[in-house]
Design a protein around this ligand. Structure first.
Ligand SMILES: NC(=O)c1ccc[n+]([C@@H]2O[C@H](COP(=O)([O-])OP(=O)(O)OC[C@H]3O[C@@H](n4cnc5c(N)ncnc54)[C@H](OP(=O)(O)O)[C@@H]3O)[C@@H](O)[C@H]2O)c1
Length: 286
């Protein structure tokens, strides 16, 4: 059993990590920012704003975790850099100061997506959005403050219980509640939240340091993903309008396929593609 501290424990991935880590018998502490969670047996909740370096330091000093999994972030708005980049630097420094192993969550959108093939761990970031820039900066701050940390680049995270925001958006588009097109030329490797959480907890027990791609084994377009999700929830995907990322008014990373060969060799946890997950969970649609 280890003492695990999960930042962003109220988030989508954070909640799955809290569930799985406490079910595995670890002593779990987790942070929240704006959503105070209900008490949960075996979990210590800590309010935390990662923008505040002293608060981060105090929190880790008090909890003395063996492992920190840093998921807290924001994606948009004026605080993207202070929270997602500099906040990560505060977490990395505080984790190093108490001698805790650190797993930092990064993203496939640190790439510009211009490449035809997959990105491996040696590919340098080339962000084209504020979010991508903040995540790339966060990676650099982690590498500087905590050289042994694992920096995990992942892709779209989906799940069923509760439904994730990408699936919710796909259903809203399919059922006409949201007017949007889903791109047929924008590729990601979506990962099932339960597979990702299990892979991270397995990685925690290994000495691996540096960048590691952990994503689903199957590359799909946003349109394909939306259609699969709609079918999984019993919604007709015919209502989803298709479009081209290259025709979008904003520049977007088009192909962020991640090469997961290294993680597949390192981990016992299978990083299933979305069709395999849908089959295994009885949600493959009609
Ligand atoms: N979701 C995806 O598809 C995806 C794809 C690639 C990479 N990732 C990465 O995976 C990680 C988890 O993503 P997610 O979608 O699970 O996150 P999420 O559901 O959006 O949760 C974000 C978490 O960050 C916390 N938070 C926000 N501002 C904070 C602050 N100032 N100080 C401390 N905590 C703060 C939130 O707390 P409150 O809710 O209490 O405010 C929440 O617990 C992120 O690092 C993200 O970059 C996600």
């Amino acid at each position: 059993m280890s003492r695990i501290f999960i930042t962003g424990g109220t988030g989508y991935l954070g909640s799955a990590l809290v569930r799985q880590a406490s079910a595995a018998g670890h002593a779990v502490a987790a942070s929240y920012f704006s959503h105070e969670p209900p008490a949960r047996e075996g979990v210590t909740w800590a309010p935390l704003d990662v923008r505040d370096p002293l608060a981060v330091e105090d929190c880790l000093d008090r909890l003395r975790p063996d492992l920190v999994i840093h998921t807290a972030f924001i994606q948009t708005g004026p605080d993207v850099m202070p929270v997602t980049a500099r906040g990560t630097g505060h977490v990395a420094r505080a984790a190093a100061a108490v001698g805790a192993r650190l797993i930092h969550m990064s993203s496939d959108v640190i790439f510009d997506g211009e490449r035809e093939g997959p990105y491996s761990e040696v590919d340098p970031p080339a962000p084209i959005s504020d979010y991508g820039l903040a995540k790339a900066r966060a990676e650099a701050l982690v590498a500087e403050a905590h050289p042994g940390a694992a920096i995990v680049r992942t892709s779209l995270i989906y799940g069923f219980d509760p439904i994730d925001k990408i699936s919710r958006f796909s259903l809203d588009v399919a059922e006409g509640r949201t007017a949007a097109v889903l791109f047929t030329d924008e590729y990601r490797c979506p990962i099932y939240v339960e597979d990702l959480a299990a892979a991270l907890l397995e990685l925690a027990g290994l000495s691996y340091g540096g960048i590691l791609n952990i994503a689903g084994a199957e590359r799909v377009s946003r349109y394909e993903l939306g259609s699969l999700i709609a079918q999984a929830w019993g919604v007709d995907p015919a209502g989803i309008p298709a479009g081209l990322s290259t025709e979008s008014p904003s520049r977007r990373p088009r192909n962020c396929t991640l090469d997961i060969t290294r993680a597949q060799a390192l981990l016992q946890t299978r990083l299933r593609g979305i069709r395999e997950v849908l089959r295994a969970t009885g949600r493959q649609g009609k």
